[in-house]
Design a protein around this ligand. Structure first.
Ligand code: PLP
Length: 394
């Protein structure tokens, strides 16, 4: 997993999904993860440490909040960065820091972020021995709160504010991987959403929730398809999950793909649910790789910005709580599904205060972990979007 991509340039997939034995009797995401992931780690150097890794990384509460008799909100935002990406990032950090023991060349994780990923990865790796993180984000193109979460670390986390857009950040990371000078002194790795070490642990909260509500469907706010593929893998392992419904924003490549069978990405549109502004979902290859018809028990529906605004504006009256724009997409899609549904809430609404607060006409309280981060001073270096500038820092 320290190699983000497989040698053929494709994505790592499990060679065969294990049938998971009886997980009943396990409670909580960390404990379910130990049983669920054991077959994936069989024979791996990390196998003896899987239990410690799961408890170190995944001891995060995932409440299933009752919205009505047949709808539960699966809150995935109780980790340190208040978004579901904490699960994958923390698991990856726990694995990589162990794999790094005894290595003399330091491991450097390069991560380009348009917002949430960088915050989760920085939080997860901060203070882990033998590993350094360099976060690249597009200067002026993330919210104030996101910028703060990306740059409040110091120590083994360095934050680069790049004069360019997200694509420029991603291009820089790719160029660094291919550049001999950048690779001479250190080992480089990525932590983006295609890393299988981030995907596997995400199966655990779907599994833990399915064990509590067997036979329910899942509605998942979807961008790069990491969260949804984890749910589909969990179902393939034998967990009692009915349909997996993908809720996209106006970037509806998957919806049109389901309807027409043709994959025709349009240009990416900026939406209010910006962590899902993806027109070529990077994990689609993994979905297409599964045996059997791809859309068996999987559906996709899209929600536009006007509807996201409506859902957020009515969220306190309707659901008793404010919701983030990504969760709003899933709640809207849920209305079109006539089965009991677990709806994934992927981020705390306070992370999207500038969108949510004007629509609900009140402030959203910030959870304590996030508030603590926003108190810390910022450290960052601004660089032009050039490989030379990045090379000088490596
Ligand atoms: C990343 C993200 C998503 C999309 O998840 P994918 O795994 O990329 O489909 C949805 N909501 C939030 C808040 C996110 O940060």
């Amino acid at each position: 997993m320290s190699a983000g991509l497989a040698p053929d340039g494709g994505l790592y997939v499990p060679t065969a999904l294990p049938r998971v034995g009886d997980l009943r009797g396990r409670h909580g995401v960390a404990d379910v993860a130990v049983g669920l992931l054991a077959p994936f780690f069989a024979g791996d150097v990390l196998e003896p440490e899987l239990e410690a890794i799961c408890h170190e990384a995944l001891d995060i509460e995932v409440p299933l909040v009752e919205i009505d008799a047949t709808t539960r909100l699966m809150e995935l935002f109780h980790g340190p960065s208040a978004a579901f990406k904490d699960f994958g990032a923390r698991f990856l950090a726990s694995c990589m820091s162990r794999l790094q023991r005894g290595e003399d060349r330091p491991l450097t994780i390069l991560v380009a972020t348009s917002g949430d990923t960088g915050g989760a990865v920085a939080a997860a790796f901060h203070g882990k021995p033998g590993v350094e993180v360099i976060v690249l984000y597009p200067r002026g193109r993330v919210s104030e709160r996101q910028a703060h979460q990306l740059s409040c670390w110091g120590g083994n986390v360095r934050t680069l504010s790049v004069e360019g857009d997200f694509d420029a950040c991603q291009a820089l990371v790719k160029a660094a991987f291919l550049d001999p000078a950048c690779n001479a002194r250190r080992r480089l790795s990525s932590a983006n959403s295609i890393n299988i070490g981030r995907l596997l642990p995400q199966m655990a909260y779907h599994a833990a929730s399915a064990l509590q509500l067997p036979g329910w469907s899942f509605v998942i706010p979807t961008g790069n398809l990491g969260n949804a593929v984890a749910a589909i893998w969990a179902r393939r392992c034998g967990l009692p999950i009915a349909d997996v419904v993908l809720a996209t924003n106006a970037n509806d490549t998957l919806v049109r793909f389901e309807q027409t069978g043709r994959l025709e990405p349009h240009d990416t549109i900026a939406t209010l649910a910006n962590a899902m502004d993806v027109s070529r979902p990077s994990n689609l290859e993994r979905l297409m790789d599964l045996d059997g018809p791809m859309w068996d028990g999987v559906r996709a529906l899209s929600v536009d910005d006007a509807t996201i605004r409506e859902v957020i504006a009515g969220s306190i009256a309707r659901y008793g709580r404010p919701v983030c724009p990504h969760t709003a997409c899933a709640l809207k899609v849920r209305e079109q599904i006539g089965m009991p549904c677990i709806v994934a809430a992927t981020a705390h609404p306070s992370k999207f205060d500038t969108v949510v607060e004007p629509l609900i006409g009140q402030a959203v309280p910030v959870p304590p972990a996030l508030a603590a981060l926003l108190e810390r001073p910022r450290h960052e270096t601004t660089i032009p979007a050039s490989l030379e500038a990045l090379r000088d820092l490596l």
